[in-house]
Write a protein that binds this ligand. Structure first.
Ligand code: NDP
Length: 293
């Protein structure tokens, strides 16, 4: 049986470290580090994410600024709010919760965020910084995956990795991070010809597809480390109930893999913890203070 990679416990440890650093920052800078989260509309999943982000920001001893706007807010009004947050010295990090309502241009909104406050790492300037190895902000979910991998495996240098999925939020930055760790990286997607063969070559498998339990145990190289980013809600055995599953078939994969993240309790809890880590990094940069990882 594979070792279970406990993302929940790792995320708790990371948040505790962020809290310590945040207290130290407050003592040195004379103010709290601050994260502003903007939610437009009433998407229920987004409301839950924003609530959790706010709670965990406060629990880490940072200031949380929540801006909830009605779904019919104009794009101009949202851009004006982002501009105000860009100019506010109490705000170190800005996160605009996606997806935005259909009448808004997400790329335009992200492009308006000051790249030095873009703690989600979605601004094209931060995408370029990641690709060229410059310090910037890296999207939280893939950065969390790399933290779990390095915690489990130590150096990733020379390992064969496959990333299944090429989204801007997960797949592409994940591939960039693994290249930076000196892995040999294959990026697979819906047009990949023989996905099981590509997965079978890999020491590290990162699944970010959005298809419930797609990656099977017999696709894996024995002993591979499997990071399951997928969060899929499927019908449960009990009538009318649902349950969460990943993109990896945990039952069969855990018999072949060396280590695997469960869903829930694997990658999921890492995302907010890394967001808070990115925010405290941003605060240190804004205040011109050294940040010790
Ligand atoms: P996207 O839908 O943006 O991207 C999915 C990717 O999977 C695409 O690149 C697509 O290929 C590829 N794909 C789809 N079907 C197949 C297939 N049959 N074989 C191979 N590749 C395929 O999803 P995201 O990257 O945003 O998210 C992926 C998963 O991760 C989702 O389950 C999401 O819920 C979860 N997630 C979890 C987070 C967390 O905090 N743990 C955060 C973000 C996402 P193509 O480009 O060719 O269409």
């Amino acid at each position: 049986m594979a070792d279970i990679i406990d993302g929940k416990a790792f995320a708790e440890g990371l948040r505790a470290r962020v809290a310590t650093v945040a207290a130290d920052f407050e003592a040195k800078a004379g103010r709290k580090a601050g994260l502003a989260v903007v939610l437009v509309g009433e998407d229920p999943a987004s409301q839950v994410y924003v609530r959790n982000k706010g709670k965990q920001t406060l629990a880490c001893g940072m200031a949380s600024f929540e801006h909830k706007l009605p779904a019919d807010t104009s794009e101009a009004d949202l851009l004006a709010l982002v501009d105000r947050l860009n100019a506010d010295p109490a705000v170190d990090g800005i996160l605009v919760q996606l997806p935005l309502p259909a009448h808004m241009n997400e790329q335009k909104v992200i492009a308006t965020i000051n790249p030095d406050k873009d703690v989600d790492g979605f601004h094209v300037v931060n995408v370029g910084r990641l690709a060229t190895g410059l310090p910037g902000y890296v999207p939280c979910t893939p950065l969390g995956c790399v933290m779990l991998l390095k915690d489990k495996l130590g150096s990733l240098s020379g390992l064969d990795a496959v990333v299944i999925g090429r989204s801007n939020i997960v797949g592409k930055p994940m591939a960039q991070l693994l290249i930076a760790e000196s892995c040999t990286v294959t990026v697979a997607h819906s047009r990949t010809k023989d996905l099981p063969a590509a997965v079978r070559r890999a020491d590290i498998v990162v699944a970010a597809v959005g298809r419930p339990e797609m990656v099977k145990g017999d696709w894996l190289k024995p002993g591979a480390t499997v990071i399951d980013v997928g969060i899929n809600r499927v019908p449960a055995a009990e009538e009318g109930k649902t349950r969460l599953v990943g993109d990896v078939d945990f039952a069969s994969a855990s018999e072949v893999a060396g280590a695997i993240t469960p869903v829930p309790g694997g990658v999921g809890p890492m995302t907010i913890a890394v967001l808070l880590r990115n925010t405290i990094v941003a605060a240190h940069r804004a205040a011109d203070l050294a940040f010790d990882e």
